[in-house]
Design a protein. Structure first.
Length: 400
């Protein structure tokens, strides 16, 4: 009995020792105030500042080419925790120019006492001019290799200087956090693409297919998601842009929209009709007849009539609802056809997944055409079937 009690006491003491050791913390930890916490990065075509030139003239330089200008957005802990954040910005932007992403990061160690800490990086924004010159494989190689950078980091393209997207006229908000948060508004609009993380982007590049990155524009201290950048599958470089309306059309083809509205005009009166999307689904069906390939896109959606400017016609009447449905279907078809036309004729780039459907449903044919699929896709005929159902028309109607 006593021997059994001693064994239990021994194991109990051993458990206590283990718990005490586990509470000692990380031996290599650092206080957040001791780190330069990077939350955003911007990459632009090289543009050396006047201050950097002066430092170089004083002997503060090393052999490099001024190919890329990196902007590091760092959180300022004092400003973040301040009782009056309006008096100072909770972030600061630091600029460095060179030809190596990694070397530019280490260059900061010669200028700041706090090491750069990138494990909380939220966004990487790349400027249009840079991505037209260098491939994404070159520009993002270091980030993909660095196990300190989170694979969930969001990747965006900027039409203009990317560094401007990391500036806000409001003093109490961090620009990188705003950019990262805007993607959550997909349930409100069809003009926001599914977020492209570093991990997802690596898979896209390895596939060899063309794809899209969300475009962001900046002006006067304000930012906006505005369209998308077309990345060519073979070169991994920027091929061009889709505007916001074209992104709407693409969202309908893919069928992954979480919400949004469709604006159309009634054929009889010319007045405004607004359809609010509650659900959408799309199916791309390939058809192969000998050497001829074609596709059909079937889109179905349910939603509500959220706004109408027509003074005649009762929204509760089935006849009027059918009229509104046909108007909405016609507008969706217009959006879809316009973006497909641009994909095929201007960019020769399948960024909507037509090739993926062919690969899944007819792999033998895909093996024959995959090498030059973008060029083949540019000549493929596509038909459309759009079906919209209005299940809700609001709480009241002024014309009833």
């Amino acid at each position: 009995m006593r021997q059994s009690f001693n064994k239990i006491r021994f194991f109990f003491i051993l458990l206590l020792v283990f718990l005490v050791l586990s509470l000692t913390g990380c031996w290599s930890s650092h206080e957040i105030e001791e780190l330069s916490l990077a939350v955003g990065m911007a990459l632009d075509k090289g543009k050396e500042s006047a201050s950097k030139k002066e430092v170089k003239e004083e002997g503060g330089g090393h052999p490099k080419r001024d190919l890329i200008t990196s902007t590091y957005q760092i959180v300022v802990p004092q400003a973040t925790g301040s009782e009056s954040p309006s008096q100072s910005k909770p972030y600061m932007n630091i600029y460095e120019t060179g030809d190596s992403i990694h070397q530019m990061t280490r260059e900061l160690s010669l200028k700041r006492e706090r090491p750069l800490f990138g494990q909380h990086l939220k966004v990487i924004v790349m400027g249009e001019e840079l991505v037209r010159t260098y491939s994404l494989e070159q520009l993002l190689d270091q980030y993909l290799r660095d196990n300190q950078i989170r694979p969930s980091c969001l990747v965006l393209i900027s039409k203009g200087r990317a560094s401007k997207t990391l500036e806000l006229k409001e003093t109490g908000e961090i620009p990188s956090f705003r950019l990262f948060g805007i993607v959550d508004n997909q349930y409100r609009t069809t003009r926001i693409l599914s977020p492209m993380s570093l991990a997802k982007l690596e898979g896209k590049m390895q596939s060899g297919s063309s794809f899209l990155l969300q475009n962001v524009v900046a002006a006067n201290g304000e930012v906006k998601f505005a369209g998308a950048a077309v990345i060519k599958g073979k070169t991994k470089k920027l091929g061009g842009f889709f505007n916001e309306t074209e992104v709407e059309g693409l969202t309908w083809i893919i069928g992954k929209g979480k919400g949004g509205v469709v604006k159309s005009f009634d054929k009889q009166t010319g007045q405004l009709l607004i359809y609010e999307v509650e659900s959408m689904k799309s199916r791309i069906t390939p058809h192969v007849n000998g050497k001829n390939i074609s596709f059909n896109v079937k889109i179905e959606s349910e939603g509500r009539l959220s706004e109408k400017w027509i003074t005649s016609g009762n929204a509760f009447e089935n006849k009027f609802l059918k009229r509104a449905e046909k108007n909405t279907e016609k507008e969706i078809k217009r959006l879809v056809k316009n973006v497909v036309e641009k994909m095929q004729e201007e960019y020769e780039a399948d960024v909507a997944g037509f090739g993926n459907r062919l690969k899944m449903e007819n792999p033998k044919v895909w093996e024959k055409v995959k090498k030059n699929w973008d060029q083949t896709f540019s000549k493929v005929p596509i038909t459309y079937n759009i079906e919209v159902t209005i299940k809700d028309y609001g709480a009241s109607d002024s014309n009833k």
